[in-house]
Design a protein. Structure first.
Length: 291
């Protein structure tokens, strides 16, 4: 199987609802999308890596896609992706930039990627993790880079559930974009990847991603207790991080995103709610905390 055989790619960013979207798309009979694969910038370099293995569950489904949630801001990815598959349709997930940055930060705290003793101001310092949290929500700049390599007709912007004016209507429109007949699947509004903050993040990470063996089994057995105790002993500085991230995201970039979407006729942009583009300063979006 070659990468050029794929029909579409979810290019991210992660923590914007891509896991939820992939879950819903896999419920469609004639379509299959991988779980988070990131073939072009990570997985293909592993020993004995095989793209076909990621489509073992595709059966005889006609429309195939990859979930590459790290692609959107990976250096040079528009060129890499265009060289690998110039005809691929790209799905960009839009979530309010400052909320998406906060969710990414909370995910890293959950798994111990970022130590808890680092303040949000230090984490978001330009020479530190700014690129990780703010770089991949500069939607205007990123959309512009992909439009240099792919025609607008091959790009679709899907608004995250919190930012969507008509979630069911956009999902059906996306299926039409992908050339697949379909309907709203069961459990369409289910919460996927609800945020948790364990007491011991490293133990939590090993319970999910550690090597197979008795230690992982022990960590998995203790994980419910680990996650239940976390909120009683640790309160992440959500408001402080959100406020700083809100200040760092350029209003000009948000305006550029809207301008490019309108100018080039990028499909799906019209489903983004106005509040998703200009939320009140300091206001964290209501609703479940999703990863």
């Amino acid at each position: 199987m070659n990468y050029s055989d794929l029909d579409f790619v979810i290019i991210g960013p992660g923590h914007a609802g891509t896991t939820w979207l992939g879950t819903q798309l896999r419920k469609i009979d004639d379509l299959y999308v991988t779980y988070e694969c990131n073939w072009l910038n990570w997985t293909r370099f592993k020993p004995q890596a095989s793209l076909a293995d990621f489509f073992a569950g595709a059966s005889d489904r006609r429309v195939l896609g990859e979930h590459g949630n790290t692609y959107i801001n990976f250096p040079g990815m528009p060129d890499i992706l265009h060289e690998a598959n110039p005809k691929a349709k790209l799905i960009l997930m839009y979530r309010t930039p400052w909320e998406k940055a906060l969710t990414h930060y909370m995910h890293d705290l959950r798994y111990g990627t970022i130590p808890r003793f680092l303040s949000p101001a230090l984490v978001l310092f330009p020479a530190f993790f700014y690129h990780r949290y703010v770089g991949d929500v500069m939607y205007g700049r990123l959309l512009g880079e992909y439009l240099k390599r792919f025609p607008a007709e091959q790009i679709y912007v899907f608004a995250a559930p919190k930012n969507n004016l008509d979630l069911e209507g956009q999902f059906l429109d996306l299926l039409d974009f992908l050339g697949v007949p379909g309907k709203i699947p069961a459990d369409f509004h289910e919460v996927v990847n609800q945020r948790r903050q364990p007491l011991f993040p490293v133990m939590h990470r090993k319970a999910h991603f550690g090597p197979l063996g008795w230690r992982r089994n022990l960590y998995r057995m203790l994980d419910p207790l680990n996650c239940a105790l976390g909120p009683y002993f640790h309160s992440p500085p959500k408001e402080e991080f959100f406020r700083i991230a809100r200040e760092l995201v350029s209003p000009a970039d948000v305006a550029l995103f809207q301008e490019l979407g309108s100018k080039h006729g990028v499909r799906g942009v019209n489903y983004i709610s106005p509040a998703g583009l200009t939320p009140a300063a300091g206001e964290i979006e209501a609703g479940p905390d999703l990863q």
